[in-house]
Write a protein that binds this ligand. Structure first.
Ligand SMILES: NC(=O)c1ccc[n+]([C@@H]2O[C@H](COP(=O)([O-])OP(=O)(O)OC[C@H]3O[C@@H](n4cnc5c(N)ncnc54)[C@H](OP(=O)(O)O)[C@@H]3O)[C@@H](O)[C@H]2O)c1
Length: 292
């Protein structure tokens, strides 16, 4: 398949690019600043066979230019992996509205920019796959990840809506929901701009830092929580036949995955029942063309 991926410079994006190339797929590995700060990883991915081009998901111009260059280089785009994303840590009250805007500009509006740039191409071809790297924090919330929780819940809603509105065009929409995994994610967290509110939290103001340290220790004590599980899930869903992909795929080996699978199955039953009751159940099945 011909696949465009955002945020290829580190973590899941970098590993997924290698895994997809190893499986014989063509990959447009997009990233910020491939000629500067990310030049070494850009060279590494080019040497492995990727087409590398710049995309900053916070800029519509950058997204449109990068998508056009990728279509020209690969010939077409069968799948987009919306992977670029940033986490946060801190008391939710300390994040200003501007902090929220900066985060949503990457984790939510960046995805909308990307999807809007590729969808005319996919609709014209009558097939495509939009994959969204969400999080278990798009299905429940943990304290001190407030704006991130909100952004991934928004991403889940955005994807769920595309699922129905695009199914008739042969375009499939899926979500991958990883738990916490040791990537560069922890080093790249955004922190709150206004810590004035902390004064009113007393000893609890220290809790975010303690929770972050505790979680790092928990991850270190659970080496089975290996990022390669996320990469395997992404590749598995990409390689599942069109029209048969699961809408949500939680990935986690800390013990809670079965609960999320059950929750997702119940949520899907509810969606199917309401769509069925409103005579819209056809909008949940992806149209697969006869020659696909
Ligand atoms: N690791 C986890 O525990 C975990 C769990 C659940 C979900 N996720 C999700 O998985 C995805 C990848 O995260 P990761 O763990 O691989 O973290 P990571 O190693 O920090 O990678 C994040 C990637 O996003 C890119 N990015 C940030 N802002 C961007 C922008 N404006 N335009 C384009 N790219 C941008 C970064 O590029 P730069 O190098 O330019 O900064 C980097 O390549 C994210 O959506 C994250 O929310 C991660």
């Amino acid at each position: 398949m011909n696949i465009l991926l955002t945020g290829a410079s580190s973590g899941f994006g970098r590993m997924t690019t290698h895994a997809l190339l190893d499986k014989g797929h063509k990959v447009a590995a997009t990233m910020r600043d491939p000629g500067g700060r990310n030049a070494a990883v850009a060279d590494e991915l080019r040497t492995a066979g990727a087409f590398v081009t710049e995309i900053d998901v916070t800029s519509t111009e950058s997204v449109d230019t990068g998508v056009a260059a990728s279509i020209e280089a690969l010939g077409s785009i069968d799948a987009v992996i919306n992977n670029a994303g940033v986490g946060v840590h801190g008391l939710q009250e300390s994040f200003t509205p501007e902090d929220f805007q900066r985060l949503f500009d990457i984790n939510v509006f960046g995805v909308q920019r990307m999807n809007r740039a590729v969808l005319p191409h996919m609709r014209q071809r009558g097939s495509g796959l939009l994959m969204h790297i969400s999080s278990l924090l798009g299905r429940f919330t943990l304290p001190f990840y407030g704006p991130y929780n909100a952004s991934k819940h928004a991403l889940e809603g955005l994807a769920e809506n595309y699922r129905s509105e695009l199914s008739g065009f042969g375009i499939e929409t899926v979500l991958i929901e990883p738990g916490g995994f040791p990537t560069e994610f922890g080093a790249n967290l955004m922190h709150p701009s206004d810590d004035a509110a902390e004064m009113g939290y007393g000893p609890m103001a220290q809790a975010p830092q303690q929770a972050a340290e505790g979680f790092m220790e928990f991850l270190a004590a659970n080496p089975q929580q290996d990022p390669k599980l996320v990469i395997e899930a992404i590749v598995r869903v990409i390689e599942t036949p069109h029209g048969q992909r699961p809408f949500r795929t939680p990935v986690d080996e800390l013990g809670w995955r079965p609960l999320f699978e059950a929750y997702n199955a119940e949520a899907d039953k509810l969606t199917q029942a309401i769509y069925g009751g409103m005579g819209m159940d056809g909008m949940l099945a992806v149209k697969v063309s006869e020659d696909a």
